[in-house]
Design a protein around this ligand. Structure first.
Ligand code: PLP
Length: 418
């Protein structure tokens, strides 16, 4: 069963100051999870998580993660600017972008960020843009074909199709990029790959690590380049559905350690650092979208209309993603109703839940939509003139802090040239 980190009593208190809908994040959960990740990789000194800013580009969250020793992974000009404003600099910033404009490479270099190149042609593009290449550069690898994790006969199988993905370089291009960078003056090299998203399997990172470690050994031999880190990127998922079992980050870290001992250490590469760029795993479970039931409708189906909509959380509308819902104060009530829980957009896909068993919902009930801490607020938009909601932090001491105010109509009109 999924339990909200917010009680009805707390929610009733909060809405007196901050009306629904709003996103709220759980400081305690975020910190504990970040520490568990650090502990899982403590066997390798120099381990660093670069939080994927796109998941939750909120200064209050980024600063909190920085206190826990995390860096940031940026992919655009404004994400870099946000990182700078939050106090990140130098190798606390990873810049993993694709189809990158020159000005973004310039800013990344000025901040001293580690640049992760998506393509072989970007080596000379970067050189032309900066007039030099940085001493440390990472390259993104795409092994092509199908990427599979786990046994097909039993258990969960993760499969993705890197051959159809626009990211990264082929294996021969990776060696070419290293050789060219070395010729231009790069001294330390990293290898990155992101091959599957939202994996619910303790085997994803270890399988990916094996592939990247073997690649690192062979590319280092081929080019004479010094590989100083492997970036396992994002992709460790969270159980959105109550029947799914959460990943065990300690088991994942141990699986990566075994691969490291078996492949890198015997090759004399026991000094390679491990980096991650997790987004969803770091934040998704620690965010709730809180919304109020404001209409009920009985036609061919039973509908509950809430004051949030897909502009606050678009994953259900665009991916059909499941997000669990709890009716606050009715956590233990029998789930003897079946509802579609819907937002107000003039789009029939604006449904947070379809045919969902829930307790009877009365008007004014406060609903928690779970696991919205990553790719929730950040994917928000202004369709139908909807205004983006506020973001709150539930602090460890129980106080509530406003991290981002809700938009007003003035914000919506601010870019118009009347
Ligand atoms: C989105 C992204 C991540 C984070 O992915 P999650 O699935 O949220 O862990 C990490 N690295 C890159 C390059 C990304 O684009």
């Amino acid at each position: 069963m999924k339990k909200p980190f917010l009680t009805l009593k707390q929610a009733q208190e909060i809405v007196k100051t901050y009306p629904t809908p709003f996103h709220i994040y759980d400081e305690r959960g975020i910190r504990e999870n970040a520490r568990a990740l650090g502990a899982a990789f403590a066997w390798r000194s120099g381990f660093k998580e670069y939080f994927a800013v796109k998941a939750t580009p909120t200064p209050g969250i980024l600063k909190l993660l920085r206190e826990e020793g995390c860096g940031v992974d940026c992919s655009s000009l404004t994400e870099l600017m946000l990182a700078e404003r939050c106090g990140f600099s130098g190798n606390e910033i990873m810049f993993s972008s694709n189809e990158t404009p020159a000005e973004e490479f310039e800013l990344a270099a000025r901040l001293g960020a580690i640049i992760n190149l998506d393509d072989l042609t970007h080596v000379d593009f970067l050189y032309k843009t900066l007039g030099r290449v940085p001493e440390t550069v990472c390259c993104r690898f795409n092994p092509g074909g199908l990427f599979t994790v786990g046994e097909s006969k039993e258990g969960f199988q993760v499969m993705d199709d890197p051959g159809q993905a626009k990211y990264g370089m082929t294996r021969p291009q990776l060696a070419q990029a290293f050789a060219r960078l070395k010729e231009l003056g790069t001294k330390r090299f990293g290898i990155h790959a992101f091959l599957a998203s939202n994996t619910i399997s303790n085997e994803y990172y270890p399988t990916l690590a094996r592939l990247l470690f073997e690649t690192a050994v062979s590319v280092a031999e081929e080019t004479g380049c010094h590989v100083s880190f492997i970036n396992l990127s994002g992709g460790v998922g969270v159980p959105y559905r109550p029947e799914q079992e959460a990943n065990d980050i300690a088991v994942i870290g141990e699986g990566v350690r075994r691969a490291y001992e078996e492949i890198l250490v015997p090759a004399g590469m026991g000094d390679v650092a491990i980096f991650t760029e997790l987004g969803r795993f770091m934040l998704a479970p620690f965010g709730h979208l809180v919304t109020t039931a404001i209409h009920e409708k009985h036609i061919y189906k039973e509908y509950i209309g809430v004051d949030a909509c897909a502009a606050d959380l678009m994953r259900p509308a665009i991916y059909g993603a499941y997000h669990h819902i709890t009716v606050l104060g009715k956590e233990d009530a029998p789930q003897d109703r079946v509802y579609d829980v819907v937002g107000s957009l003039c789009e029939n896909s604006d449904k947070f839940a379809i045919d969902r068993p829930l307790p009877q919902i009365d008007m004014g009930d406060v609903l928690v939509i779970h696991d919205t801490g990553a790719h929730g607020f950040s994917m928000g938009y202004n369709y139908n003139g909807k205004l983006r909601s506020a973001e709150l932090l539930l602090k460890e001491d129980g106080a509530v802090e406003l991290m981002r105010r809700a938009e007003t109509p003035d914000d919506y009109f601010a870019t118009l040239m009347w």
